[in-house]
Design a protein around this ligand. Structure first.
Ligand SMILES: NC(=O)c1ccc[n+]([C@@H]2O[C@H](COP(=O)([O-])OP(=O)(O)OC[C@H]3O[C@@H](n4cnc5c(N)ncnc54)[C@H](O)[C@@H]3O)[C@@H](O)[C@H]2O)c1
Length: 387
């Protein structure tokens, strides 16, 4: 019986040949930590020429080129504007910290450049709306960097929901956490990151379930956030505790519209995320359906991946049955490669964005709503902007 249930979701993995006759000229904005995962992909793609790099920190882009052995003539710039003003680019990777995602992305789109934007989309819903407006005006591809979507296990969650195995969904608990996992970087300051654990790992938990259920629109949120660990010198150096002014924990009760897979009264999303806490995990992700429930194990140090074999809990002929969904080994290239490749392929084929803003703006609306509700100390409405 387990095999029968699972056989519905079998994966077909196919890797396409790259047409290298049309080369794409690419620029990288922000040559920090995540840019390393972008350059490693571009370096092995025969149809990409990385021709420009920009970073606010003098010498950083030059050192980055050197470190990653980028071939060819690369021009360096002190910020995104000077790069975009002076180069003819097909695409940019926006790898800056969250606080400058919107300005870099909008400027690139306004100049007719396709954008692969790192997650989270930005900091606020207002910024997200401006990004989408610029995208629509430009007609260019904007894809947001959620590489966990290319994990076959994540795709399996979506396939299970779409198969109808769970029936109508009425409640989801999701989130993730780390016992101690505060990144000591630009992530911990509002000035650069805007938001903390919410933007770093919270957006992944949200995308995992929202993508599976077809991104229904969020309606209301009641939320809480804190930063007891990040601001404490018991856990952080005095210097970092002083710098720390974002969230390291958040919890929220979110009402979603029914969408395609929900009960007529909608879906409740019960969410929590932690960079640090006194427990190993705030719990697995569980999707409650009227016909079955799906448990997705969390990981110790939450990073947006499936932590072990998933289980479907259902009834068969009056018996309570559990079907184990074994972990699927990803085939072919890595997740970061697929994230970059799918973006480039969409440009080359005139296709649609692989991780579209029409979905991720709802992810951003939830992050924004969590901050607003937590600061107001009460439930708030989520009003999706007209874009
Ligand atoms: N997809 C993933 O798995 C993943 C992992 C880590 C980080 N990220 C995301 O990547 C982004 C960057 O994170 P990071 O760890 O690389 O940060 P980082 O601080 O190491 O690097 C960001 C760089 O951007 C530069 N920068 C900022 N504004 C700029 C501008 N206007 N023009 C040119 N350069 C500018 C900064 O000087 C800095 O060097 C964040 O949004 C983060 O959420 C994604």
């Amino acid at each position: 019986m387990a095999d029968e249930v699972l056989s519905q979701f079998q994966q077909a993995a196919a890797e396409k040949e790259i047409d290298a006759t049309k080369k794409l000229k690419v620029g990288i904005i922000g040559t920090g930590w995540i840019a390393e995962s972008h350059i490693q992909q571009y370096n092995v793609m025969p149809d990409v020429e990385v021709v420009a790099m920009a970073d606010l920190i003098p010498g950083k882009a030059e050192a980055f080129k050197e470190k990653w052995g980028v071939k060819g003539d690369v021009h360096f710039y002190p910020d995104h504007k000077s790069m975009i003003d002076n180069e003819e680019l097909d695409a940019v990777s926006v790898c800056t910290y969250n606080a400058t995602h919107a300005e870099c992305t909008i400027y690139a789109l306004e100049h007719g450049i396709n954008v692969l934007l790192e997650k989270p989309m930005c900091v606020t819903l207002d910024e997200a709306a401006e990004i989408v407006k610029a995208e629509k005006k430009s007609g260019k591809i904007l894809s947001i960097g959620f590489q966990p979507r290319y994990d076959a296990n994540m795709q399996m969650i979506k396939k299970i929901v779409e198969s109808g195995t769970l029936g109508e969904i009425y409640y989801i608990q999701t989130g993730g956490g780390r016992r101690r996992g505060i990144p000591n970087s630009t992530f911990i300051e509002k000035r650069t990151a805007g938001i903390g654990a919410l933007g770093d790992i919270g957006c992944y938990s949200l995308d995992m379930v929202l993508n599976a259920i077809g991104y229904p629109t969020p309606k209301t949120i009641s939320a809480y956030k804190s930063n007891f660990f990040g601001t404490s010198t018991e856990y952080q150096s005095e210097y970092d505790a002083k710098r720390f002014d974002v969230d390291d924990f958040a919890a929220a009760f979110i009402r979603l519209e029914p969408g395609k897979y929900g009960d007529k009264d909608g879906i409740i999303l019960d969410f929590r995320i932690a960079w640090a806490m006194h427990v190993d995990t705030p719990g697995d992700t569980i999707i409650f359906g009227k016909k079955a429930a799906l448990r997705i194990p969390s990981t110790d140090c939450w990073n947006g991946s499936v932590g072990g074999p998933m289980k479907i809990y259902h009834d068969i002929a009056g018996a309570r049955v559990e079907t184990v969904v074994p972990i699927i080994q990803n085939k072919g290239q890595g997740l970061f490669y697929k994230k970059v490749r799918s973006f480039l392929d969409a440009i080359k084929t005139g296709g649609t964005s692989p991780v579209p803003s029409s979905q991720i703006i709802k992810n951003q609306a939830i992050l924004d709503g969590i901050v607003r509700s937590a600061e107001a100390g009460k439930e708030v409405d989520i009003v999706m902007p007209e874009v």
